[in-house]
Design a binder for this molecule. Structure first.
Ligand SMILES: [Fe+2]
Ligand SMILES: [Fe+2]
Length: 157
């Protein structure tokens, strides 16, 4: 699979989980906690393959988008910390839903920038063959990727 298609599929998976969270009722604490666990696993694996494989490759091949890459890593930084806080937080805590809402807003903004502004430029600069090869590499790496958000490189940035 092409690297950008793979990343967009991940974005769709996460967006579905966000919708489920937003549709869950106020009392659905257990459901919400389960959803946050799924969101955390999906986002962590996704962020990991972006930071370790896709972002460095894009930065090298399309240097004009370097600023975008640097900004994206800072956005990841905020997201992985929110995820790590949520893992320790009781879903009945009054800050729980507020934190998830901020997480969702951050990720939606980030995904929109990746998909609208950046991916098209990378696709043009990289070409089909490289994207295909990267996609294969990322599929393999994803299988072994961490699910603990603090294992993501940008957690330390
Ligand atoms: Fe990203
Ligand atoms: Fe992404």
């Amino acid at each position: 699979m092409d690297a950008i298609t793979l990343l967009k599929d991940d974005h769709k998976t996460v967006e579905k989980l966000f919708k489920k969270f937003e549709e869950a009722g106020d009392g659905a604490k257990k459901t919400k906690q389960k959803l946050v666990e799924q969101i955390t696993a999906e986002l962590t694996k996704h962020t990991y393959i972006e930071e370790t494989i896709f972002y460095p490759a894009a930065r090298k091949v399309v240097p004009a988008t370097e600023d975008h890459v640097l900004e994206s890593v800072e956005e990841h930084h905020i997201v992985v910390w929110l995820l790590s806080e949520l893992a320790k937080l009781d879903p009945s805590d009054e800050t729980y839903d507020a934190k998830v809402t901020v997480l969702i807003e951050n990720v939606r903004h980030h995904v929109e920038e990746e998909e609208q502004d950046w991916f098209p430029e990378v696709r043009k600069g990289m070409g089909r063959k490289t994207l295909q090869e990267l996609g294969e590499q990322m599929t393999t790496a994803k299988a072994d990727a961490p699910t603990d958000p603090l294992k993501i490189p940008s957690a330390k940035a």
